[in-house]
Ligand binder design. Structure first.
Ligand SMILES: NC(=O)c1ccc[n+]([C@@H]2O[C@H](COP(=O)([O-])OP(=O)(O)OC[C@H]3O[C@@H](n4cnc5c(N)ncnc54)[C@H](O)[C@@H]3O)[C@@H](O)[C@H]2O)c1
Length: 301
């Protein structure tokens, strides 16, 4: 008996890297899995059916249930096909894991409109597209214990300087996840985001000197299989207590991130004068603004 027997999951971007690890682990726990992958290069070019097919074959050889989907998550109509595939093949949908992603890294002053639009399309719009069609089903079926698991990134949470498009898209996913947590809970859906860290072909594009943690890529600590563990827990019925959070999954660490909360407020009985606001802001905010690792990183540039 697996912990996910009878549950049906979609994993986008499941042909490689972290998505593949999630699909294999979910299937090993008894879930039937739609393995969606467009099979593109890291920059989103040259689609190929092979990665999704290979993962389906791998799952079936291990005795699991899986079906391949080659649809592009960034295409609104194609995203509906992904959800339809789960319903047609397996009769229901319990878990949507939005992993698909691409990179087009440039400093903001060098970034083209196409680099911006392409990354926003796959991450931000792609996450919306699949969720839209899954949520229609969840709202109608109303059985509950549904799970939305989106993929964000430390590049967004901490503001990676060479990834303005990716950082923005990944924070769009955090806002989207919070919104879904607030709107879909009444239909029995929990919504959480994962901020992963693992050695994949995506991280292989980051020059070694810019990586925050330097390790050999084949070190088991860097395996994407580590990320699949909290994802698989969140996919199960036992995680119903967790809704609207960002969870870090990197190496053997699983991290709960704080959600944004006001840390200082200055108030007046009428509109502030410019001079008074400036003085009061500096007096109240400066010590907090100049403390912490984010500030140190920004000072260093
Ligand atoms: N690897 C890390 O350390 C890391 C860190 C932070 C965030 N992430 C995020 O985790 C997720 C997985 O990353 P990864 O490192 O496994 O990358 P990866 O490149 O190994 O896998 C991404 C997969 O998504 C697929 N894909 C791309 N565009 C698609 C589309 N439009 N429709 C369907 N499939 C598409 C690709 O074909 C690929 O197989 C991504 O969202 C990424 O942004 C990864």
């Amino acid at each position: 008996m697996g912990s996910l027997d009878g549950r049906v999951c979609i994993v986008t971007g499941a042909g490689r890297g972290i998505g593949r690890s999630c699909a294999v682990k979910l299937a090993s726990e008894g879930a039937a899995v739609v393995v969606n992958d467009l099979g593109v290069a890291v920059d989103g070019s040259v689609p190929d059916d092979a990665p999704a097919n290979q993962v389906v074959e791998e799952i079936r050889k291990l005795g699991g249930k899986a079906v391949a989907s080659f649809d592009n998550v960034a295409d609104y109509d194609a995203a509906e096909n992904i959800v339809r595939k789960a319903l047609d093949e397996f009769g229901r949908l319990d878990v949507l894991v939005n992993v698909a992603g691409i990179l087009r890294d440039r400093m903001v002053f060098n970034m083209s409109e196409d680099d911006w639009d392409s990354v926003m399309a796959v991450h931000a719009k792609g996450t919306f597209n699949t969720t839209k069609f899954a949520s229609i089903y969840w709202r109608q079926a109303r059985e509950g214990n549904y799970r939305l698991i989106n993929f964000t990134s430390g590049s967004g949470l901490f503001g990676a300087p060479g990834q303005p498009n990716y950082a923005a898209a990944k924070m769009a996913i955090v806002g989207f996840t919070y919104s879904c947590a607030n709107s879909l809970a009444r239909y029995g859906v929990t919504s959480n985001a994962i901020a992963p860290g693992a050695a994949t072909r995506m991280t292989a594009t980051v020059p070694t000197e810019r990586r925050r943690v330097i390790m050999e890529d084949d070190d088991p600590v860097r395996s994407p299989d580590n990320v699949a563990i909290p994802v698989t827990y969140l996919a199960g019925k036992e995680s119903s207590w967790m809704n609207g959070w960002v969870v870090g999954a990197s190496g053997y660490n699983i991290t709960l991130y704080s959600n944004p909360e006001p840390i200082r407020v200055i108030s007046a009985n009428e509109r502030w004068s410019l001079a008074d606001a400036g003085k009061a802001m500096e007096a109240s905010f400066r010590a907090a603004a100049e403390s912490g690792t984010m500030h140190q990183r920004r000072q260093q540039g």
